[in-house]
Design a protein around this ligand. Structure first.
Ligand code: NDP
Length: 357
């Protein structure tokens, strides 16, 4: 009771009786994640010490990499992920109460931080940073266009694909957070952009609102045939989020000296990468790579951590200029985080999938 009174007098809430909540992995995912693989655990937080500050999550990001990478950690870990959180108590002058931070804090409501790297979600060695000035845009964008997915699009296209005006770009996973953004950067750079996505509604959004030149619904159409019609001369740049047979099909329609940026392979994320024999099979791509003398680069956005704010400020600038649009699919409630996560993996999101805590 004493703890509750202290918390109330400080005007913040760590849940009933000072209890924070976190999603803990109780069983490694096998195939599609199941509700029984995770559980919400309550945790009593100690008082903060000098140099520390306490945050309360406002938005939690659900991302495909969480499906893929969580199995690299032992059972018992808090589910990995980034969030935007408000500082609600502080004994660190660099992190004053009321400011927001962005960091890989995991799926948890409250976190005690100390201005150094947070080891609770050891996927990325990045110190949680004060939310950049977003010019009146919603703070949640720090998990999307003005954060990791936006930087993946920015660096993954510009650095790995070397795009040029007049060239043809194909983007898979095109209506998601990274893909919708990468395709728009392609348009900003004067490219002809073709998106591949999983519904007619998503395809319409790409062409009617985002300015993509063409979109193919891979669930109802024949990607190879439709792409041959949409890009009869072939494809110069391929920004791949999806992998598998769709990617193999596109590789064989690349132009000489084409460039491929392999950003993700979500078509395989429900399969066990530790046992490569069980991964999905697709047409081998080596003949296409050799014939086209293609350059293929695997991309991890953390390679550009030292240029993180450059990507954010350029993406914000494009939004201000009306050249870059975004959409969020928002799920409400910390308890709904798992539902938002599995919905995103199944393609229920348009743009960035996030949870408003
Ligand atoms: P999205 O917002 O694109 O959400 C995932 C989407 O993947 C779904 O909406 C669904 O859309 C699509 N999808 C799901 N299963 C399949 C499938 N079998 N075949 C084709 N499409 C499928 O997520 P993000 O934008 O956050 O991430 C996109 C990709 O980028 C992922 O592969 C992710 O791992 C990767 N990524 C890589 C980073 C890096 O540093 N390398 C950093 C960030 C993301 P649909 O309806 O079209 O099927």
């Amino acid at each position: 009771m004493a703890l509750k009174l202290i918390l109330e007098s400080r005007n913040y809430s760590v849940g009933a009786m000072g209890i924070a909540k976190k999603w803990v992995v109780v069983k490694h995912f096998e195939g599609e994640p199941k509700p029984s693989d995770l559980k919400i655990v309550e945790e009593e937080l100690p008082p903060i010490k000098d140099g520390e500050y306490l945050t309360q999550a406002e938005y939690i990001s659900v991302d495909p990499y969480q499906r893929r990478y969580i199995t690299k950690f032992p059972v018992g870990i808090t589910m990995i992920g980034s969030q935007v959180a408000r500082i609600i108590e502080s004994k660190n002058p660099d992190y004053p109460v009321g400011k927001r931070v962005v960091g890989w804090l995991g799926w948890r409501t409250h976190t005690i931080l100390d201005g150094k790297e947070f080891s609770g979600a050891a996927l990325v060695n990045q110190i949680p940073y004060i939310l950049p000035e977003l010019g009146g845009l919603p703070p949640s964008l720090a998990l999307g266009v003005a954060g990791m997915p936006g930087n993946t699009a920015y660096f993954g296209l510009l650095e790995a694909c070397n795009p040029k005006a007049g060239e043809t770009l194909v983007v898979t996973g095109a209506a998601g957070a990274v893909g919708s953004h990468a395709g728009q950067i392609g348009k900003i750079k004067g490219m002809r952009v073709i998106g591949i996505a999983g519904s007619d509604e998503k395809c319409r959004w790409l062409t009617e609102e985002l300015g993509f030149d063409h979109a193919i619904n891979y669930k109802t159409g024949n990607v190879g045939e439709e792409l041959r019609k949409a890009a009869p001369e072939g494809v110069d740049c391929f920004f791949d989020n999806v992998g598998g047979q769709i990617s193999s099909t596109i590789i064989y329609q690349m132009k000489l000296m084409g460039r491929v940026s392999v950003v993700g392979s979500i078509s395989s994320y429900n399969d066990d990468e530790r046992d490569i024999a069980t991964l999905p099979k697709a047409t081998i791509i080596q003949p296409g790579l050799v014939t086209g003398q293609l350059t293929v680069r695997g991309v991890r956005v953390v390679y550009w951590l030292d240029r993180w704010m450059e990507g954010i400020s350029q993406n914000l600038q494009w939004i201000k200029e009306g050249k870059l649009k975004y959409r969020e699919t928002v799920t409400d409630g910390f308890e709904s985080t798992f539902k938002a996560f599995t919905g995103m993996l199944k393609g229920e999101n348009v743009g960035k999938a996030i949870v408003r805590v």
